[in-house]
Design a protein around this ligand. Structure first.
Ligand code: ADP
Ligand code: MG
Ligand code: MG
Length: 899
């Protein structure tokens, strides 16, 4: 195998399309060289070599060194210098570079090749002894840390590591001598420091700092490979779902020096502003500096030009002012790169004694707002076409754009109270309250409130709903509060551990500060920061550019997007976000958060009824409420389909917990407390999620189904009479057998005819269908489709039952599955295409065989996950359905899937 690909002014083997083999950095260095930009020559050792290195038991392939020597020869010729030569020594950098950038995760070593034989030659050649020793001390610091300590997995005895030890020595020197900057250190002190560094290394790591250039080089290359399997890089890959098998490339490149004095410099820039997307050249630079000095914050970097000036750097000269000729050259390169790559680029450059060199370019990271603005600008400039524009915005990043946010200008000066996990995006302010009831009460009288809890439970749901934001002291990103908040798109911070909550006294203590009920907090849910007092908000939705962008994207989309909503308010929000109907209306949700406790009471009474007569009486009382709730939502969604799911959860979920509630039921049913408890106990199940729920309830208690279906048809009939066009779709949950559907269909047919007659109507347009959420139902979809006019894939339950993972209990093992790479991602977040996806494919195929025009949708949490939306598009679904705030995400993901 060939392992090495050269780049530079003389000869370039690779190009930008070869990222898999050369890594992003190597491929782009090659591309820039091809464009004729001033790239110092070098060569890339391929990612294949990295994989072979690990396969060989952490050893270099035999042919590698000779390949390196040949390529090094070509670099030497171009540079008119030789690696390890005492008179004209060439120095190189060893730079990691994976396929996709992993910022700060892997290693780069500069100035490789400096040693006792090459130092005098370089001093002679450059006439700049200070520079040589500055470069040497940098090499020592980087090399001892990356190659001698981390790559060899030396565990530091003092827990600090060699890097910190050396940094401390350097800081002590600066303090003792009153040097402000590194550049103030005198030559003698710098030389002495290098000697002391080497002594420390030998004591600390029990190894000598290598004084042979080739030993340094091979050590550095091996260390870059090893950094691919370093702890940091591995955890980063888990989070970003980057496969271990990609490996990293190593770029060996001739050094150019930004630290040779006042005509030398180094800098980083973006071809457009990465935070706003403005079409101006944006960057920072430092005179007489090397490598990461700009990013490391050693000195305040200078602005690139007037567009880059800010409060911190406005007194410093810009590159445009200090080196106008070089700035112009860089500006031209900026234009060349943008018109070549047709996207915003992030670039690294170095100026050595008045000559400009390009060291890196890549597609620049950006905020969602910047991505939107740049994509629209480039499209309007004719730089990119419509499809490219649509694909430039990451659907997931829309989250960031759709919620009101805390005005960043105010945040700068705001007083921080606590920090937690950013569980629900956006910003919010409000008076703090400590119970769900208080949240509801205060919200009713028009107050903005923040519900502060130790942790939330399902009982807090109404308060969470009423609050502008939720703040908890405990819990992680998948805690109850976090899940609920994200579903609603509500601002939420969880696990703010510094808060000591005393709900009884209605106080929260943070350190020495005490806050009382009614005090105002502002939350930044995107960052997880709690501020004292009220900060200004910015509304993100009213962005005309965004509207225009989405309108264009919608033209490319072939799949519909609906929403999961159970209230007229949610339905209205979803409409605003572009929903084309409701894909899941959970009928049980209306019992929580209702204006009065009466419906929940009646439901409980119904559940705890013993005889059919008792139950029927409660159902009759429930009917008007259920009908009205359904009617309200159908009215908002006029002329759009609304999928109403019949009662789904196991009944015991509704059993009253508190004694007061139990007493009330007892009284109403004319039984005693003991009897209430007995009946409640009968409803308890060992595995409720696969117990008496869904359609099974309707089979044992057909009168429940009857009441619900009656309510649906009556609501629709009344709306038709008053001139509306409701389109209800009745959906049966948790089915696994076609005869279940036949059973329910009979009830539906009877009810339909009764309601038609009662309202004197010819017809009510409606559909009858089923959830597909049990593997068996998917496998016999041909039979299910006989009665079902539509399928909706309930992928939460389908995932649960396909994996046999209880979705309420994955917390205890999911992280281990991800850590050990048994699973790439949590299948409840991103649809498992392999198995759950196969079941969907099978159900689609078999369902269509029976009923070619069958409507197909998905209504699990996955409906708002871009990767899953792409899958649904490929599977040929008619629509996806997701929570209101995710509707734009699904719209964009569906458009991208169609492109
Ligand atoms: P990262 O991937 O972390 O950005 P790089 O490989 O880009 O690491 O190296 C970090 C910095 O080191 C670069 O930004 C550049 O300033 C400097 N550097 C790397 N190689 C060279 C070189 N051959 N000459 C001069 N500076 C270099
Ligand atoms: Mg870099
Ligand atoms: Mg379900």
């Amino acid at each position: 195998t060939r392992y090495i690909y050269e780049f530079g002014p003389g000869k370039t083997d690779g190009d930008a399309s070869m990222k898999n083999l050369l890594g992003g950095k190597g491929a782009n260095l090659a591309e820039m060289a091809r464009l004729g930009l001033p790239v110092p020559p070098g060569f890339t050792i391929s990612t294949e070599c990295c994989n072979d290195y690990f396969d060989l038991g952490w050893r270099f392939p035999d042919t590698l060194e000779s390949e390196i020597r040949t390529a090094m020869g070509h670099v030497e010729t171009q540079m008119k210098m030789k690696f390890g030569d005492p008179e004209a020594p060439l120095l190189v950098s060893c730079r990691s570079g994976a396929r996709s950038s992993m910022p700060g995760m892997m290693e780069t070593i500069l100035n490789v090749g400096l040693c006792s034989t090459t130092i005098p030659g370089l001093v002679e050649k450059t006439g700049n002894e200070w520079f040589v020793y500055d470069a040497y001390r940098r090499l020592i610091m980087m090399y001892s840390d990356v190659v001698m300590e981390k790559a060899d997995q030396v565990v530091p005895e003092d827990g600090m590591g060699i890097r910190l030890n050396l940094e401390m020595m350097m800081n002590n020197l600066k303090n003792d001598k009153g040097y402000e900057h590194d550049t103030d250190i005198s030559l003698q002190d710098m030389q002495a420091l290098c000697d002391r560094f080497k002594k420390k290394i030998s004591q600390y790591l029990k190894k000598e700092f290598p004084d042979d250039p080739w030993e340094q080089l091979m050590g550095a290359i091996g260390a870059v490979f090893k950094s691919w399997n370093g702890k940091r890089a591995v955890s980063y890959r888990r989070i970003e779902h980057i496969p271990d098998a990609w490996g990293t490339a190593v770029n060996v490149q001739a050094m150019v020096f930004g630290n040779m004095g006042d005509t030398s410099a180094t800098g980083v820039a973006f071809t457009r502003d990465p935070s706003t997307g403005k079409n101006h050249f944006f960057g920072e630079w430092l005179v007489n500096a090397q490598g990461e000095d700009v990013v490391a914050g050693i000195r305040t970097p200078n602005p690139l030009n007037k567009d880059t000036k800010n409060m911190q750097n406005q007194h410093l000269p810009s590159l445009e002012e200090a080196m106008p000729g070089l700035y112009d050259q860089l500006y031209d390169i900026r234009n060349t790169l943008e018109s070549h790559y047709k996207d915003m680029q992030d670039i690294e450059f170095t100026i050595q004694e008045g000559t400009l060199y390009m060291l890196q370019c890549r597609v620049g990271k950006r905020t969602a707002t910047a991505a939107l603005n740049m994509a629209m600008d480039m499209y309007e400039q004719g730089m990119i076409d419509e499809k490219t524009m649509i694909c430039r915005l990451n659907p997931k990043s829309l989250d960031e754009m759709l919620h009101p946010i805390v005005d960043p200008r105010e945040e700068k000066t705001a007083v921080q109270v606590a920090e937690g996990l950013p569980a629900g995006p956006g910003g919010a302010w409000g008076k703090i309250v400590f119970t769900a009831e208080d949240a509801v009460q205060m919200a009713k009288i028009g107050e903005n409130v923040i519900l502060v809890r130790e942790e939330t439970s399902p009982e807090d749901i109404e308060g969470m709903r009423a609050a502008s934001a939720i703040l908890t002291a405990r819990g992680g990103m998948t805690s109850h509060a976090a899940l609920v908040a994200r579903g609603w798109g509500k601002c939420c911070i969880v696990g703010a551990g510094a808060m000591k909550i005393n709900a009884k006294n209605r106080q929260v203590q943070v350190g020495t500060r005490v806050f009382n009920e009614g005090d105002v907090f502002t939350l930044n849910g995107t960052k997880g920061i709690v501020y004292d007092g009220r900060l200004k908000m910015k509304d993100a939705l009213e962005n005309p550019k965004f509207k225009k962008f989405m309108a264009i994207a919608d033209q490319h989309r072939t799949m519909g997007v609906r929403t999961n909503a159970d209230t007229p308010e949610d339905a209205a929000t979803a409409l605003k976000f572009g929903a084309q109907g409701i894909g899941l209306f959970r009928t049980e949700h209306m019992f929580y958060g209702a204006d009065s406790d009466r419906p929940l009471f009646l439901l409980r009474k119904m559940i705890l009824s013993k005889s059919t007569e008792e139950r029927q009486a409660s159902l009759d009382e429930l009917f008007p409420f259920v009908k009205q709730e359904i009617k309200n939502t159908l009215e908002v969604m006029d002329n759009l389909p609304v999928t109403l799911r019949l009662l789904d959860p196991p009944l015991h979920e509704f059993v009253p917990e508190s004694e007061a509630n139990q007493m009330e039921i007892a009284k109403a049913l004319g039984i005693d407390l003991e009897e209430v408890n007995k009946r409640s106990r009968l409803l308890k199940e060992s595995n409720p999620m696969i117990g008496h729920r869904g359609v099974r309830l309707g089979i044992t208690f057909p009168e429940i189904t009857q009441m619900q279906v009656n309510a649906i048809f009556t609501a629709a009939a009344e709306l038709i009479v008053s001139g509306n066009q409701p389109l209800p779709e009745i959906m049966v949950p948790v089915t696994c057998n076609e005869k279940e559907l036949t059973f329910v269909k009979k009830i539906v047919d009877d009810s339909y005819h009764n309601v038609l007659k009662a309202h004197n109507l010819e017809q009510i347009p409606y559909l009858f269908g089923t959830m597909i959420e049990i593997p068996r139902a998917a496998l016999i979809a041909d039979k299910m489709a006989k009665d079902a006019q539509f399928f909706s894939f309930g992928t939460n339950d389908l995932t649960q039952m396909t994996f046999g993972f209880s979705r309420d209990d994955i917390g205890s093992f999911m992280n281990d599955y991800i850590d050990h790479a048994i699973l790439d991602s949590d299948p409840f977040e991103t649809l498992d295409q392999e198995a759950v996806g196969s079941l969907i494919d099978i159900a689609v195929e078999r369902g269509r065989k029976t009923r070619p025009e069958i409507k197909l949708g998905i209504c699990g949490e996955h409906g708002g996950d871009p990767a899953s939306v792409t899958f649904c598009h490929k599977a040929g679904l008619t629509y996806v359905s997701c929570s209101p705030y995710r509707v734009p995400i699904a719209r964009l993901a569906a458009a991208q899937a169609a492109i």
